[in-house]
Design a protein around this ligand. Sequence first.
Ligand code: BG6
Length: 458
Amino acid sequence: MENKGFKDNFYWGGSVSSFQTEGAWDEGGKGLSVYDVRPMKPEFSDWKVAIDFYHRHKEDIQLLKEMGCNFYRISIAWARVIPNGDDIPNEEGLAFYDMIIDELIEAGIEPMICLYHFDTPNHLAKDYNGFASRHTVDAFEKYSRLVMIRYGDRVKHWMTFNEQNLHSMMLKVSNAEVIPEGMDATKFLYQVNHNIFIAHCKATKALREVAPDALMCGMNAVTIYYAETAEPKNAMFARLANDYFNHFHCDVFATGKYPSYMINYLTNRGWMPEFEEGDAEILKNTVDYIAFSYYRSSVLKTEEFDQRPPVDILNSATVQNKYCDATEWNWEIDSIGFRHITTDLYHRHKLPVFVLENGMGHREELDSQGNVNDDYRIKYHKEHIQELKKSVVEDGVDCLGYITWGPIDIPSSQCEIAKRYGFVFVDRTEKDLKELKRSKKKSFGWIKKAFESNGEDL
Ligand code: BG6
């Protein structure tokens, strides 16, 4: 049969994290997470209120419904359901997510749960150095089982760690782990990363036991790396960057073991993590599909993957792409790179792929009529959906859905509300919460059309 577009049960929707939406940082019996105690940049906001989804969820879920979403990914704040991460569950926190899941289903929106979006309970960070300790790995497994037992009857899509590859790229992402004095920072980084793999696989195993009909994915942040020139040395360097930063995690998720290129890269530099007894077996808990976020591509000049920390090498090799426009935050906009990586990931793993975050940050204000004319956002999503469609129609990719990041404005990962991704404007500034009033931007009507026509009417 001729393949013309997205399949009938294709998912369209949004994804968010708990700390960027919920607020209510000290309500409902919630414990502290590392985000609640993290020093903030003075020019930005803090996480105390975010967009107050905790109290405004009904209005927001109605907006998502009206937008045409049939899928929404939330994350659970670990410290909301187990205040210290490893102590007694907090019924009020568990009941909050029961309510959100039920409201989403009621609105015709399938919920997905992300178990961890960088927000380690502060107690586990402070007293155990986060995922540097197997205590935190075990606590994560218990937490996963708790919520899987609680929500597994209604939630069929699960993921463990948001953008798991970031854990091997920067420790500061969660502010949870501190490099022990005298230890090689990169060795430590890959050990923490390994422990997180074990936590991911233990949770995957738990899901198979608790909710056998539910699906588990592995999720990466992918930034496709291009060589700056046609010089073969440059192409090889870019290819290695793609392996080390984009493919390593997906290879482990899909095959259940470290790929040999990574074993050799790490071993040759003294960075191979220590495996505890049973780790190799645990890693065999593979996923059902590969999920990823995609925002941009990046261009690299030639460098060497020598003894320097890999992320330092990446940063020093990055150059501007003269063919792509960039956002104010210098994220290069590249819809063709989106097709490239989607197709690569599918054919590499022969597993369905799922785009769980895509979008562009832009500084915006309401105009005198109370509108935001965000044509640039319409263009961004249009081009990305068109390229995704090519990966399905031309390249034969089995893609489960296209999920946008932050469909209702939320503060950025740095807690900068000025960097907005949404189709709905939330009226607040970094320091002034105002009324947090929601209003539809121009792109709202456009994305609704795109979602409701299953990507036909662009
Ligand atoms: C992803 C994260 O990396 O990108 C989100 O999962 C984040 O937490 C999003 O907000 C967009 O990045 P930023 O820095 O623009 O908010």
